[in-house]
Ligand binder design. Structure first.
Ligand code: UDP
Length: 146
């Protein structure tokens, strides 16, 4: 038996990150990308685009029945966003930590939402919440790549 305790294995993952239209509008694209790079994650793909309504509804399909769905789709299609594929060890959970809690008022200072936002509807960034979501969402934004 090997007496040396093993480091828990952390998978190398890809995740979909969005700098939402409020982040682009406020000039926070560079800030968000700098934090991703400084953390040590890699950029695999990057695109500035304005989302069509259909794509937005597909991306947020799990929220279709929620009362804020209409506003969410209107907001995410309201102007250009930046879509990124980010990779690295534990990138899915790691990016969620870098982003902070969904409600920016609950987000830890030092996180993107904690440092730059106050409103849940305009919380600057999106990041996939599981390997399954990441696969699905990368397929929506980068169908030819991932
Ligand atoms: N959202 C909102 N009102 C709510 C809950 C969520 O406007 O009561 C928005 C918010 O911008 C959030 C997005 O819907 O980022 C998706 O919600 P989710 O629970 O998936 O949060 P996330 O994964 O983005 O942290």
């Amino acid at each position: 038996r090997d007496p040396t305790p093993k480091e828990p294995e952390v998978a190398t993952e890809r995740t979909l990150i969005l700098v939402k239209p409020d982040g682009v509008q406020r000039g926070l694209v560079g800030e968000v990308i700098a934090r991703i790079e400084r953390k040590g994650f890699r950029l695999e793909a990057l695109e500035l685009r304005t989302l069509e309504r259909e794509k937005a509804e597909e991306h947020y399909a799990e929220h279709r029945e929620r009362p804020f769905f209409g506003e969410l789709v209107a907001f995410i299609t309201s102007g250009p966003l930046v879509a990124l594929c980010v990779s690295g060890e534990g990138a899915i959970a790691g990016m969620r930590t870098l982003m902070g809690a969904t409600n920016p008022l609950d987000a830890t200072p030092g996180s993107i939402r904690g440092d730059f936002a106050t409103e849940i509807g305009e919380n600057i960034v999106h990041g996939s919440d599981s390997p399954e979501s990441a696969e699905r969402e990368l397929g929506i934004f980068f169908p030819d790549r991932f």
